[in-house]
Each structure stands twice: as C-alpha cells, then as structure tokens.
Design a protein around this ligand. Sequence first.
Ligand SMILES: O=P(O)(O)OC[C@H](O)CO
Length: 202
Amino acid sequence: MTASNASAAEPRISNWNLPNAITVARIVLAPVFMWMLLADDGSDGALRWWAALLFVVAIASDGIDGHIARSRNLVTDLGKILDPIADKVLTGGALVALSILGELPWWVTIVVLVREIGITVHRFIVISDHVVAAAWMGKLKTLAQAVAISLALAPFWVLLGDWVLWVNGVFMTIAVLLTIASGIDYVVTAVRGSRADRQVKR
Ligand SMILES: O=P(O)(O)OC[C@H](O)CO
C-alpha cells in the first residue's frame, strides 16, 4: 500500500506532534554540540565532556521519539522522513567535527556521508510514490554509529590510557562496515522493487 492510499483510508495524524518536535529538537541540537566540540581548547576538556553528553542525550532521543510515535499512534510520513535526517545531521556533524579536529580520517567521514546523503536523496526521489522507512539494518547502523561516536567524543583515554583509542577504532570500524552494508541493502531493495513494478506493469 502506498502512503497516499494509506492516508486516504486512515484518520489524518497531525505533523505537529511530540515525536516530530523531539526529532526537530535533535536537528537544532546538532550545531550546538558541534560548536561545543570545536570550541573546546583542551585546557581542562570540560566543554568536550559536555559536548559528548549532549550528543548522547540527542542520539538517545532517536529511540524515544520512535517509541512515543508508535505507542501513541502518532506515526506520520513527515516523521518517517525527518527522523533519519535528524540522525544524519547529528552523526554527520559529529564525524565532520572529529575530522576537523584531526581525530578521524576524512575518508571515513566522506564514505559515511556519501551513503547517508545517497539514501536521503533516494527517499526524496521516490517520495511521490512511497515513503522509504528506516530498515532494520539502517537502525542497527545508526545504533553502531551512536556507540562509536559517543566513545570517540568522550575523552576516556585521558583517564584510562591510550588502549581506549584502540577500542574506539574497533567500534568505529564496525559502524563504518554496517553503514556500507545497510547502504547496499537499500540499493538491493530499491532495485528489486523497481523490477517487480516493471513486471506488474507489463
Ligand atoms: O539508514 P537510514 O537512512 O534508514 O537511517 C536509519 C535511522 O537513522 C534509524 O532511526
């Protein structure tokens, strides 16, 4: 069933609801958190810890808005589109800031951004036909990115030693591999869908 068929059959849910407001707040928090991260001069690292905390709170709200939307029957097409964008603004902003700080190779950030922007562009291209909601692998990818970025942001290595950086590298590698795999998953699903469409039209 397409989004337009569904909305014709069901009562309309307002886009102005709590889950979507939380999603928008996540987008608004992204530049604030980036500023805190980049403004930290390293003297006592306090701003960096606050930036890491803000990121964790903001990315955790991803689970909260989804839960509220489903449990209160407030799922909207706008929310389905906006939620992944909010995640991407936050995680993409964090990766760009880490690369600017010289703590993450730029190629890692670019690979992730190409995948994230690619799926977003695809969502907008097909939006008049159907809404591409987040797939389970996309959700797992966002969770892996959230853990890897949180670890990369919080300067635990100052307290615990350089081995923490090695652990962070392992988590970041898993996140990048899942990012690529889930991107391929969307491409395969899209190609299969368009093939099936063509067969129906024949
Ligand atoms: O991989 P995407 O673009 O479907 O994004 C997944 C969302 O971030 C999950 O909340």
